[in-house]
Design a protein around this ligand. Sequence first.
Ligand SMILES: [Zn+2]
Length: 312
Amino acid sequence: MIKTFCAVAAFVMLAHAPVLAADAPSPDALRAWHKRELRVAGIMHKLRLANLASCPKQELDYGLVVARLADRASPAVRTTQAEALGLRDYPTALGVIPGSAAEQAGLREGDLIEAVGGIAWPLTDAVPDARKAFWEALNAGIQAPTMEIRAEREGQTRDFHLTGKAACIASLFMINRSSVNASTFGSRIQVNSGLEALLQDDAELAFVLAHELAHVILEHTGPGKEAEIKDPAVRRRIEMEADTLGVLLMARAGFATAAAAASIPRMRKANGMMSRLLGIYGPYMSTDERMVFLTKRADEVRVQMAGEAQGR
Ligand SMILES: [Zn+2]
């Protein structure tokens, strides 16, 4: 009996380090990390948009990641961030998720954002709170149905009109940790970089993310539920529910459901000793049992999807 990858966190993990600023990586390492973050975010984006019908809680999504050189970072870190990611003192479009509202509006990675909703980025922070007003406009923008962005690309200023897309509520963080694991607390999903590195097949990674999204949708975890999910019977039930719904979620986002069972032996092999150490809640299903369960579920979902396609 070996516990597989999914630890339902009973607490929120600390400190997502989006650009590994703390240990001043090389530009190549920073670029590689960023590419991996965007891979995970891109798969999650597909899952969140394709599964509105299953999500009781929705939010608008623009698929745009904005960042700028940190004022307080060391000169060496700033230089690396500028070289590797194209960051400037201007807020920069650091990530534009494929298929998102931002991409469809024409924004591209590297665009320098000059204004949001008519609020311009102040070149200096001489005016108190002027920069704060810009970030507030950006935050207000992502909660409104549409957003106006003025950005500079290759010396030319362009205007972009974005229309937000409804998506399932879920936030995703990839943390720099080599163990093969993912966890969910409330609507916050955390993926270890070791899991992303192991699952190079997008559909296999999509299954793991879909399983976590299922925990979010079914409200399995969160404040006040820590004790409940330590009960092995409860744990087994919610994990089976997450697998059951997860396979459907990945199918709706266009991923091959056979990848669900295929991901399991890979994770078992990688986890080995670690999975036994992590087995604090006890195993909820053996690897073999889970593979049989997921294979059967994949067949059911294929039949269901074929039926839905015919009905359209
Ligand atoms: Zn789980």
